[in-house]
Ligand binder design. Sequence first.
Ligand SMILES: [Zn+2]
Ligand SMILES: [Zn+2]
Length: 460
Amino acid sequence: MTPDHNDLWFLPLGGTGEIGMNLNLYGHDGQWLMVDCGVTFPRPGRVIADGTVHGRGEPPVQMADPAFIADRREQLAGLIITHAHEDHIGAVPYLWPLLQCPVYTSRFTAEILRRKLAEFDLLHRVPIHVVDVDERRTIGPFEVQWLALTHSIPDPNALMIRAPAGRIFHSGDWKLDEEPLVGHGYTPGTFKALAEEGVTAMVCDSTNATVAGHSMSESALEKGLLAATEDAPGRVIVACFGSNIARLHTLANVARATGRYMGLLGRSLVNMCGAAKAAGVWNADDHLIPPAHLGYLPREEVLAVATGSQGEPRTALRRMAMGSHPDVELEPGDRVIFSARAIPGNEDAIEALITSLKERGVEVITAEDADLPIHASGHPARDELRAMYQWVQPTIAIPVHGEAEHMEAHAGLARECGVPRALLGRNGDLFMIRPVPGMRRQVVETGRLGWEKGALVRVV
Ligand SMILES: [Zn+2]
Ligand SMILES: [Zn+2]
């Protein structure tokens, strides 16, 4: 199955029909371009590794099976990573040896990627091309332009993928944030210009397609985080996604306003902060103190940001809840603020975490029970999707990055916006964009791989 010069194809191997492990392929004129290569969370099931059946317990790291493209890797022109969230970047160190292609990405994302590759001793093998907003690169038969858009992490990009057979707008994960606090913003003019050129298909984020209205701006959270912090009698620990550098900036402002010192607890947070500094997206006024100092300071002078908002084992917050963190021992009167939402599937782990925190006499404030907003989604709600369809005016809408329910709502919205056609499918379906729009179901066998004891295993 090879696209010829009349064909323009989209083939998702992961992330379409589910949220997580994005792995997309675009095909034209005998070659393929991969967009994103992410990981996902384990789900209940069984693992077969070398014929061994595991009744319980899946590998903690899982990703889409890239067999289709790994089998024809000489046709793979390159891999683009749209942003540094794990569901887009996380599988690169595990799968790159099977792909062996150049990688193109933005500055902050490249910093994160280098740190991941170094752990796998791949740093000097993987060619990484850093691309700035508005730059264009020729990758195989495609000309790709990087477009500025906003999300919940620095340096996210949308892509305009041009080929002689047609033009595809690939949104990546996005929201419309007027004040993203960190990095580049967006301008509607960018997307209106695409409409003038003509967009054959728009491949777009469905995560919040069932949510009415408009996502909240990162800049709107400072009030809520300040209110949740200022009357705390003891330490304040904030759990959030470490990759949200804008949130860390807001928390640094809150720390200053409340006479507290801010420090980071957890390796991934420290890593993210290092990448942000290296990529030039860390605000120089946001001073951090070393974790060891957090334990010695008067309690009312501490604001610690911690990993573990999803109740994951071995994270800083879990250790504090168990009383086994080396630097901070929580006491009655300390307060934990969850500036994050629960990723579906993690609710039980988070509930258990909250229970053990409360047993220590620690107050807990979640995004649901705070008086003012303390968390903002990074994905477009319906009003934002409408705006984007009005700007881009594609001929075909292809909803991705969602479960069936989200993608169906997204397709309906696209039709309401006057898009003539929506193609709905899932991983393994071939979306034929040109010459004649249509679908071929399940042309490629898809699946999951897990990383177990230093090797890839099939997860079934
Ligand atoms: Zn994302
Ligand atoms: Zn995502």
